[in-house]
Design a protein around this ligand. Structure first.
Ligand code: ARG
Length: 468
């Protein structure tokens, strides 16, 4: 007959519904590998401290090896009756090795055990996410290098503002994702502390060596306060906050990819394998991947809110509420991992329609600021130059032409400098030359500017910083 680990204390069994309600094994079995890793380190430390015998440790190691094999082979018999991953593994260990298995939990509680498992899990995932972020940044840099001189309209208010290069635009995202990488690195420091040894909440009467367990598990140090150790989940919240910011960046990029792929813009195309068709409209090719990424950003924000709300009312120390931390955390990890994996590949596959980008830049008087700047360099105060160029834009609007199409006399007529008290001689062929898109790009030649050489240098710097 199956019994709960604590059944000796109770007069009546749980109903099936309450069992299902309180059990977590169906989702926390995902922690099994880390649970075993933590148990082996704990047992090693107990043996070294003479709390259990060397023969017990040997038996535990043998049993855990078999259990890990059973889990990996999908042959492990997970039981709802045993509530969670921890009790399932402990029970199986005892079946396999007897009393040594029953000694494993000496000086330990599921409270510090689960806190340790989550940290081991999250550390592993944060390291993967860092690699994936680097891969995405590398893709952005690769496409940026190919397009370091590809001109496109830069926008403010989604209105054409000034010419930039497509490479410069992509490197803006590389910067955002590099900051996300830094946030992950920083968050890892606070994940990488060992709670084991806190036991249920107050520590243990056994002569444990927490530094040794920390060392065995690769943690930087043990946590400093036992109450905090079993109740703190802010490392998980911090990870979800960093993930939310990361997904916000993914979502902005997605929004742009979607806009750029629309027929009205036609700046880019995405490879077919990231798109789907329509069941009714034969001509359709929809940017599903960026749309879904934009949508999935919402669930990651939701998990952040969920975890914050989960923690906000909990008195010290451990409360069962915390069992609810796992599903949001797992789903955040899965969403971020899948999204980054797909995006690294998709970004590399962006097909650039440079002619359309160029034509769109010519449509919006994108070099008007360059003209005003040039007049300033010829002695006009900026406000007067601004007004003169605004008139020229109106002139072009009625003539239905671009600023760069104007001849010297036409530009003189358009600017009407004499009305503002300046000579028409300020307008010559050199002034007309600043109106070209290439001239505009070239002129922004400083750190962080869109000059194609600066873009190339920024890409090279990013490669150097990240080592690819
Ligand atoms: N499954 C539990 C969790 O996820 C493990 C800790 C249970 N501790 C307890 N005292 N009931 O938090």
């Amino acid at each position: 007959k199956k019994q709960e680990a604590w059944s000796a204390r109770f007069n009546e069994p749980m109903s099936e519904l309450v069992k299902r309600y309180t059990a977590s094994v169906f989702f926390d079995k995902r922690l099994a590998e880390f649970d075993i890793q933590g148990s082996l380190a704990h047992a090693t430390m107990l043996a070294e401290s003479n709390v259990i015998a060397a023969s017990d440790l040997q038996a535990i190691e043998g049993g855990m090896k078999q259990i890990l094999g059973e889990i990996e082979a999908g042959k492990f018999n997970w039981q709802l009756d045993l509530e969670d991953v921890h009790l399932n593994i402990e029970r199986r260990l005892t079946e396999l090795v007897g009393d040594a298995g029953k000694r494993l939990h000496t000086g330990r509680s599921r409270n510090d055990q689960v806190a340790t498992d989550i940290r081991l899990f999250l550390r592993h995932e944060v390291d993967r996410i860092q690699d994936l972020l680097k891969a995405l940044i590398q893709s952005l840099v690769t496409v940026a290098e190919k397009n370091h001189a590809t001109v496109m309209p830069g926008f403010t208010h989604l209105q054409v503002a000034q010419p930039v290069t497509f490479g410069h635009h992509l490197l803006a995202y590389a910067e955002m994702f590099e900051r996300d990488l830094e946030r992950m690195q920083d968050c890892r420091k606070r994940i990488n502390r060992l709670p084991l040894g806190a036991a249920a909440l107050a520590g243990t009467t056994f002569p444990i060596n927490r530094n040794r367990t920390a060392e065995l598990l690769g943690f930087d140090a043990p946590t400093r306060n036992s109450l905090d150790s079993v109740s703190d989940r802010d490392f998980a919240i911090e990870f979800c906050a960093a993930s939310s910011i990361l997904m916000m960046h993914v979502s902005r990029l997605s929004e742009e990819l979607i806009i750029w792929m629309s027929q009205r813009y036609a700046f880019i195309d995405l490879p077919d394998r990231f798109c789907t068709g329509s069941s009714i409209m034969p001509q359709k090719k929809n940017p599903d991947v960026p749309e879904l990424a934009r949508g999935k950003t919402g669930r990651v924000y939701g998990h952040l809110m969920g975890l914050l709300t989960l923690m906000k009312g909990q008195p010290l120390a451990y409360n069962k509420d915390n069992q609810e931390d796992k599903e949001p955390l797992f789903d955040t990890v899965d969403t971020v991992v899948d999204t980054l994996t797909i995006f690294a590949e998709m970004v590399e596959g962006i097909q650039v329609k440079a002619d359309n980008m160029r034509a769109a830049t010519l449509e919006g008087y994108a070099t008007a600021t360059d003209l005003a700047d040039a007049l300033v360099k010829r002695g006009m105060p900026f406000r007067d130059a601004h007004e003169a160029v605004a008139r020229a834009v109106r002139y072009c609007d009625t003539q239905q032409c671009g600023l760069e199409a104007l001849t010297v006399p036409q530009l003189q007529e358009a600017l009407r400098l004499t009305e503002l008290g300046y000579s028409d001689d300020l307008v010559d062929t050199a002034l007309c030359a600043v109106l070209t898109l290439e001239g505009s790009l070239q002129a922004r030649n400083h750190i962080g500017g869109t000059n194609p050489d600066q873009v190339k240098a920024a890409a090279a710097e990013t490669r150097k910083r990240l080592g690819f």
